[in-house]
Design a protein around this ligand. Structure first.
Ligand code: MSP
Length: 490
């Protein structure tokens, strides 16, 4: 069954973000993935689908314990505080997630044990000796040839720890052919396609079994029937996607889309499907993957002191503006650079001037019409009908391909058309009442359509604009200019 069939038959849409590590607070990179998932959730909901949209926190990592210790806090208290901080951040940013999962919850432990049992029953879990270089930052083993010349993890700049222990292994190597067959028949499983090519090449190269447990760790989910081992954090974390809907829920309707950045694509496009195959469960529809955000051209890092807090930006520019900037500025799948100067520039040009000014000009003239614009005028002018149709068609097609920036560009093309019309007609000077009514009816229809199209991207502005245009039961349209949508920022 391909992805299209799935959405049609169920009328249901299940989208996820990664569950984030809580060794720190959310930054703009995390916000980016979460916003992408939120746009997809709102879009599908607007199409009448029942949406499950989950995000959450990955609490069983060793680095959680380290972070708590560093703060001098007891782990449980630290986790509660961080869960509050992460879910509170999403609430403040207006994220419409329907669930927030914590991997220390009982519901999760049950599903993880169930999964482990299924993979074990399939003969895919076995005990073996392991020696490897473990990077805590990655929560994964690195190969020697992945390290810097002086033996450090290239990303975390720390020396991995040489670990020799007895572990349980997952027989990933047994899934090479099955994965390749699956990729073959599911041509849109990973987007963008160049990342799918990387994944195929990686799997074709040959797969090694993965260590799926750690010995004598104080933190994590114990391996069923072996209290000396805890389940490898990734083997537990991926299962969160089942926990959210329950085992039966997943069997009936697995995730349609997993959203993430490229750093964790292999876990989602290789290990996760193999685990599901082993457990006899259906696979997700798509894994979509963004690039990385940098700040003024450099990597975000605490030590560089350039970590951008999404709440700080939202407080100064608004939630919608933050969403708009990230989705418009970054071309999906590519790395993107954040700079506040660029954000300010786009904010003033596209939002204060573009959308805000167009809405304000149309609504101001419409508001002046006592008793509103009466029904019975001429039908929508062909050029308006065409502008609306093109916008809707193009935006939907681009959104379907996750080309958020291009979808927004299609909406801005319609705004530009409306703006030109307002200028050319000099609508504030039109004296003839019938003409003015016809012009306003067209412009209000366009503005309304623009706002409707923007609903998944900029829910607050969309709601304000749509609320400003009131359709009476007799067909009269009245307008009330809202407060300035996007005050200019100096
Ligand atoms: N806990 C794991 C995920 C388990 S999912 C079953 C994890 N957590 S994380 O906190 O490190 O989050 C990684 C994710 O955060 C990335 O995949 C991406 O979604 C987001 N990002 C973190 N930094 C980012 C950027 N600089 N740019 C874009 N996205 C970034 O990995």
């Amino acid at each position: 069954m391909d992805h299209q069939d799935r959405q049609g038959t169920h009328g249901e849409f299940y989208v996820t973000t990664p569950i984030y590590y809580v060794n720190d607070k959310p930054h703009i990179g995390h916000a980016y993935s979460t916003i992408v998932a939120d746009v997809l959730a709102r879009w599908r909901e607007a199409q009448g689908e029942h949406v499950v949209f989950s995000t959450g926190v990955d609490e069983n990592a060793q680095k959680t314990v380290d972070a708590a210790a560093k703060q001098g806090e007891e782990v449980g208290a630290y986790l509660d505080r961080m869960a509050e901080l992460w879910s509170g951040t999403w609430a403040k940013l207006g994220i419409a997630n329907t669930d927030f999962i914590r991997t220390t919850e009982e519901r999760h432990l049950e599903v993880v044990r169930d999964m482990w049992g299924r993979m074990e029953a399939a003969g895919d879990i076995y005990k073996g000796q392991y020696q490897g270089l473990y990077c805590k930052g990655h929560e994964a083993f690195l190969k020697e040839d992945e390290l810097t010349p002086d033996g450090l993890c290239p990303e975390h700049k720390t020396a991995p720890e040489l670990v020799t222990e007895e572990n349980y292994f997952f027989k990933l190597s047994a899934y090479q052919e099955k994965l390749l067959d699956f990729y073959e028949t599911h041509g849109d499983f990973v987007a963008p396609s160049h990342r799918f090519n990387d994944i195929r090449a990686f799997v074709e190269h040959g797969l090694e079994d993965v260590s799926f447990s750690r010995e004598n760790k104080e933190w994590g989910i114990p391996v069923p029937n072996d209290p000396h081992q805890v389940i490898y954090v990734w083997a537990d974390a991926l299962v969160n996607y089942i926990t959210v809907v329950g085992m039966e829920g997943w069997e009936a309707h697995p995730a349609d889309i997993h959203v993430m950045a490229k750093d964790i694509l292999k876990f989602h496009a290789v290990i996760w499907p193999a685990m599901l195959m082993s457990a006899g469960l259906p696979l997700p529809g798509q894994v979509i993957c963004t690039g990385f955000l940098t700040i003024d051209g450099t990597k975000m890092s605490k030590s560089l002191g350039n970590v951008v807090d999404p709440l700080d930006l939202a407080a100064r520019y608004g939630n919608d503006a933050l969403r708009y900037f990230l989705l418009r500025e970054v071309s999906f799948g590519d790395d993107g650079d954040f700079s506040e100067a660029k954000m300010k520039e786009r904010y003033n040009a596209d939002l204060a001037n573009g959308l805000g000014n167009f809405a304000a000009r149309v609504l101001a003239v419409a508001e002046k019409q006592q008793g509103g614009i009466p029904p019975g005028g001429p039908a929508l002018a062909p050029e308006f009908a065409e502008a609306i149709r093109t916008m809707r068609h193009t935006a939907a097609a681009r959104l379907g391909q996750f080309r958020f920036s291009d979808a927004l560009a299609a909406v801005w093309a319609a705004i530009a058309f409306g703006d030109r019309y307002v200028n050319d007609k000099k609508i504030w000077e039109i004296k003839d009442e019938a003409e003015l009514y016809a012009v306003l009816a067209n412009l209000l229809a366009l503005l309304d359509a623009v706002a409707q199209e923007l609903a998944p991207f900029m829910p607050e502005a969309s709601r304000k604009i749509r609320a400003a245009i009131v359709h009476g039961s007799d067909g009269t349209v009245t307008a009330a200019k809202p407060d300035v949508l996007f005050p200019r920022v100096k």
